[in-house]
Design a protein around this ligand. Structure first.
Ligand SMILES: [Zn+2]
Length: 317
């Protein structure tokens, strides 16, 4: 493939490149955790369901609260230790969701969901990865209060990184749900789909949850076949992204299509089409004749599609 497209400096992928040290080995160390929380430099995120609470400051929005300030916002269900940011302990607290909604009325705060924060760039990019850690972990606690083995109420231990069942003694660990998200490629064309929930004119990669007993490659082939009727051969891993809605890991791939006739699964997609590299490049430049756009840089789909636009068959090298 001779044509090359240079789309300029590569944007940062959202929710990645965390600057925290998670210090997993200190999660059982109560005196360390207590000292961390009591230290004047300690901070906490305050999250109520899907909503993140931020303070208005002269320098923009700030999602960090002193532990005492967070307690004053709303009743707290859980406090988890996220790690050290430099020398300062960083925690996350789960606020009561209804009380958090009511905080939207306060003039000194902005209360909104993490997607909006990321897409609209409401916070410095370095906050996004620790916020994803906090939100995914707290969402797991909210949904795993009872033992999946015997039904008894479980207790949070290890500063939020485990729950234990006092009845049957089974240990439960925070889970991450793997999702494969892939761009099928047929020579100089790529396969994009549109789901009904997408914003108008936005097209993206196909995606789906990896099933038990399935490899990443097998899931990428199955999902592409199910959603668009396209058979794929070689699958190449690209990169991954935490996706805390509620607690997924997006695993980005490129897949080589071996058939070209599309059959759209209308229960999953509104439509699916092949687009040439040139046409796809125009989407990045905001010049597509049908005004078709691709997801913003916060999402891994943007980077998967862009890599192919820029490198062509090089994504399989
Ligand atoms: Zn149990």
């Amino acid at each position: 493939m001779s044509s090359r497209f240079d789309l300029g400096p590569k944007p940062r992928l959202g929710y990645t490149a965390s600057t925290l040290s998670r210090l997993a080995e200190r999660r059982d160390d109560q005196s360390f955790l207590a000292a961390c929380a009591a230290d004047g430099r300690a901070n906490t995120f305050a999250i109520g369901g899907e909503l993140v609470v931020m303070r208005k400051t002269a320098n923009g929005l700030d999602p960090l609260f002193r532990p005492g300030e967070a307690q004053a916002l709303a009743p707290i269900a859980e406090t988890v230790f996220l790690g050290l940011n430099g020398d300062a302990g960083l925690f996350g607290v789960a606020l009561d969701p209804d009380t958090t909604k009511a905080l939207k009325g306060r003039d000194d705060l902005v209360v909104t969901d993490l997607r909006s924060i990321a897409v609209q760039g409401l916070l410095a990019p370095d906050h996004l990865a620790p916020l994803a850690e906090a939100k995914a972990l707290l969402a797991w606690h909210a949904r795993h209060r009872f033992c999946s083995n015997c039904g008894a109420r479980t207790n949070m231990v290890q500063a939020g990184w485990k729950r234990e069942c006092p009845s049957c003694k089974v240990e439960h660990f925070p889970r991450t749900d793997p999702v494969v998200i892939m761009l099928a490629i047929d020579g100089d064309r790529c396969l994009l789909g549109r789901a009904g929930r997408f914003v108008t004119n936005m097209w993206s990669c196909l995606a789906g949850f990896i099933e038990p007993g399935e490899s990443i490659e097998e899931a990428a082939r199955r999902e592409t076949l199910e959603e668009a009727g396209i058979v794929c051969g070689e699958v190449r891993y690209f990169r991954s992204q935490p996706w805390p809605f509620p607690m997924s890991l997006m695993i980005g791939c490129h897949a080589r299509a071996t058939t070209s006739e599309i059959t759209v699964d209308r229960t999953e997609l509104e439509d699916a089409r092949w687009f040439t590299r040139e046409e796809t490049a125009l989407m990045f430049m905001g010049q597509h004749p049908e005004k078709i756009s691709i997801p913003p840089p916060i999402a891994i789909a943007h980077h998967i599609i862009r890599a192919w636009v820029e490198e062509g068959d090089g994504v399989f090298a």
